[in-house]
Write a protein that binds this ligand. Structure first.
Ligand SMILES: Cc1ncc(COP(=O)(O)O)c(C=O)c1O
Length: 457
């Protein structure tokens, strides 16, 4: 493979973990101090180091440490950081023009991304797409479109859902702290129903799909009224809520219920989409065809872009001028998306994600045998997680998850936590990560468990 011509980052960056100072080192500590004096406190960070270069699955910090990236900037750099085709197309585009606003003077790149979205998302019906800047904006616009097309108001969402930080998406997000605390009042006509969460379903995993569908459809009938529901919005695998994989049969059942009642079925694939789970989209796993599919994160190799894609009759129900935004579908972000999508197809990244799952899952299951604090190992493709509990119970152990994450960070492995109870460690490596680097990352994780106090085992 020819390598990207510029920068210390990109795929030519040595794919090796190398720790030369404590984490954070002196240069990062100095930057952290400046950060504290200049950046609002409300923005947290996971890893206390400042990045100066990144490529493939490696982050280099200001002190020259090279860390393994099991986070991909929260499922964004699936094609690897500064991937060659993304960089090349961005450079070409940025030197041609940077912005016109698609609503002012259109350009081909926007149309090409919409064509790709219409082609790649599930279903061979007539589709249209619209582009935005962030996942939250895609969710907001899906609700606008569904309400406009159906003439209904209600939106149904799930326990453990995460849809963003804008006012409507905060209302749709389940977890209070840190996302909602003190930020109300929230948008109305949002109704929450239980999620099919096999590990925690009272009737057990085998009964979860059927029982959850019964409960959900019953609640919608009695508390909202099917005829009032514009949209059911669901993450096919929940992300921030804890990488919750619904049991087989649940999503098809929910989609059928929506179809039976004229409800727009919206798949929020912002985190699970674009090859992450081993298919182009997580709903592909069971052949579910949503009415609207929401994309962001992995779509553009690290540049901000999001999409709403769906049935032409729904998307085109909105009057001219009813959708848009100054930056949505910016030409540089569109160029990056075309480079990222080309990389995904050329390098068969759905297969790469499945291979990552095949490497991670057996090692994590072995770890769970050794440490009963690991109550559940779950996920698909390269969207994998372990849920930590007090051994022998379902009681969440967020402190153990935080301790393991801190130990990994100190040893040069970036892992993220998630979950309503903060007790889930999630693994989202770039899909181009080599087996050697994955394996080394897993060894760091195994060492972190070995270092946990015995009471947490
Ligand atoms: C499923 C899902 N939807 C929406 C969002 C919001 O996306 P953004 O942070 O780009 O607004 C996220 C972000 O984590 C997400 O995981």
């Amino acid at each position: 493979m020819s390598m990207s011509p510029i920068g210390p980052g990109g795929p030519s960056l040595p794919q090796q973990r190398r720790i030369v100072t404590e984490i954070p080192g002196p240069a990062s500590r100095a930057l952290l101090e400046r950060r504290q004096r200049s950046v609002a406190r409300g923005l947290g960070h996971v890893l206390p180091v400042f990045v100066t270069a990144a490529g493939g699955g490696i982050l280099v910090d200001a002190d020259g440490n090279s860390l393994i990236d099991f986070g991909s900037g929260i499922a964004v750099t699936s094609v690897g950081n500064s991937a060659e085709l993304v960089v090349n197309r961005v450079i070409e585009q940025v030197s041609q023009f940077t912005h016109t606003c698609f609503m002012v003077a259109p350009y081909e790149g926007y149309v090409m991304v919409c064509e790709e979205l219409n082609r790649l998302t599930p279903g061979d019906h007539d589709k249209r797409s619209a582009l935005f800047n962030s996942g939250a904006e895609a969710v907001e616009n899906a609700v606008k479109i569904a309400r406009h097309a159906t003439g209904r108001d209600a939106v149904v969402v799930f326990d453990h859902a995460y849809h963003g930080r804008t006012n409507l998406t905060m209302a749709m997000t389940a977890k209070n702290m840190p996302y909602k605390q003190g930020f109300g009042p929230f948008a109305s006509d949002v109704y929450r129903v239980p999620m099919a969460y096999p590990f925690r379903w009272p009737g057990g995993p085998a009964a979860c799909a059927a029982e959850a569908l019964d409960v959900i459809t019953g609640l919608i009938h009695t508390q909202v009224g099917e005829q009032n529901v514009a949209a059911v919005v669901i993450e096919p695998i929940q992300g921030e809520g804890g990488f919750i994989v619904p049991p087989d049969g649940f999503l098809p059942g929910l989609a059928q219920f929506c179809a039976d009642h004229g409800i727009v079925f919206v798949a929020d694939e912002v985190q699970s989409g674009f090859c992450r789970t081993g298919d182009w989209f997580a709903v592909d796993h069971e052949g579910v065809v949503p009415d609207l599919v929401l994309t962001a994160k992995g779509i553009a190799g690290g540049l901000p872009l999001a999409g709403v894609t769906g049935r032409a009759e729904l998307m085109d129900a909105v009057h001219v001028g009813g959708l848009g935004g100054t930056f949505g579908g910016n030409p540089v972000a569109c160029a990056a998306a075309l480079g990222a999508i080309e990389t995904m197809a050329k390098e068969d990244l759905p297969a790469a994600a499945r291979r990552i799952g095949d490497i991670l899952l057996p090692r994590l299951r072995m770890l769970a045998e050794a440490y009963p604090a690991i109550g559940d190992v779950r996920g698909r493709g390269a969207m994998i997680a372990i849920e930590l509990v007090r051994p022998g119970t379902l009681e969440p152990d967020g402190a153990a998850a935080a301790a393991v994450a801190r130990a990994c960070h100190a040893a040069g492995l970036l892992v993220l936590t998630c979950g309503t109870y903060g007790n889930v460690l999630r693994f989202l490596p770039p899909l181009v990560m080599s087996e050697a680097l994955l394996s080394e990352g897993l060894s760091v994780l195994e060492d972190a468990f070995a270092a946990l106090p015995a009471t947490a085992h």
